[in-house]
Design a protein around this ligand. Structure first.
Ligand SMILES: Nc1ncnc2c1ncn2[C@@H]1O[C@H](COP(=O)(O)OP(=O)(O)OP(=O)(O)O)[C@@H](O)[C@H]1O
Ligand SMILES: [Mg+2]
Length: 274
């Protein structure tokens, strides 16, 4: 794909939107940063989500597991505004009703989502990709010809350290390994300083070593960000998990520590016993 076309797609994806809701600070003083309550999503009568409840605390790292078709990706689609539920409510902090906001507004407002297929610019360097992610104006030629503030340069420096790509800073992103591309994509999300990060199957296709480094990266992000991770790789989940939520047929089947859910007979029956 040529650069102009890529840039156009990117600008379509991340158009800056101002929203009055985001003028006020996020209120998490009385509880979770994310509330998903009584959410139902039907596709032609089939309930992909069925009265789903999920509460995620500020700074928490939450793993979501469950069999194929359980509704994990659909849940992320609802939180990020891609899919509208038939019923239920979804709040960001106490006051921001996510169901009233567009996908762009939600992304710009502090909920970042990492897609499985990285949307990095292959022809641009790691640095330039991160630089582009800082800009409200996503036109490549605009972004790459303006000069960055000291603060933005510092931010790129700290993000590139976090994602472990400092030695690759000036390499074209297209030459990175599969795992490195995934980390760059996470880095691009981090440039926007999201409060919540959603990652769907982050270690799919990674080598063992890349999987371990991804576990370290996601663990290091918790605290500063709330991180919600969907993954089937149980060894990986075990290595990062504090609280685990098991979805089944669009609802929460079990919740607890990894040990608790792994020993739960219902969970063994529908998922882990497979
Ligand atoms: N746009 C859609 N139209 C119709 N059915 C859909 C749509 N999106 C998802 N579904 C169905 O909803 C159910 C939940 O799908 P979802 O992708 O959320 O599952 P998942 O838990 O992410 O599964 P996997 O682990 O395989 O990724 C599945 O039965 C799926 O076929
Ligand atoms: Mg899925």
């Amino acid at each position: 794909m040529n650069l102009i076309k890529q840039a156009h797609q990117f600008s379509q994806r991340a158009l800056p939107v101002r929203d009055p809701n985001f003028g006020k600070p996020l209120d998490t003083s009385h509880g979770p940063i994310l509330y998903v309550e009584g959410v139902t999503v039907s596709f032609d009568g089939f309930k992909a989500l069925n009265n789903l409840n999920l509460y995620v605390d500020d700074g928490e790292l939450r793993c979501i597991i469950g069999p194929n078709g359980a509704g994990k990706t659909t849940m992320m689609d609802v939180i990020t505004g891609k899919t509208r539920p038939d019923e239920g409510s979804v709040y960001f902090g106490q006051q921001i009703d996510l169901l009233g906001l567009s996908e762009h507004q939600i992304a710009r407002g502090g909920i970042g989502r990492k897609f499985q297929k990285p949307t990095i610019f292959e022809h641009l360097s790691v640095y330039e990709n991160l630089e582009l992610a800082t800009s409200a104006d996503k036109r490549v030629w605009f972004t790459l010809t303006r000069s960055l503030s000291g603060e933005q340069k510092d931010r790129i420096g700290s993000v590139v350290e976090q994602i472990g790509l400092k030695p690759e800073l000036y390499r074209p992103a297209g030459l990175l390994s599969h795992g490195q591309k995934q980390w760059l994509e996470i880095g691009m999300l981090l440039m926007q300083s999201p409060r919540v990060l959603l990652v769907d199957e982050p270690v799919a296709g990674m080598t063992g070593e890349e999987t371990e480094r991804t576990a370290e990266l996601l663990t290091s992000l918790a605290g500063k960000h709330s991180v919600i991770v969907v993954e089937h790789d149980m060894a990986f989940v075990r290595s990062i998990a504090r609280q685990v939520t098991v979805l089944h047929q669009g609802s929460v089947l079990a919740e607890g520590t990894m040990d608790q859910v792994q020993n739960n007979p219902k969970v063994i029956e529908v998922y882990l016993g497979e």
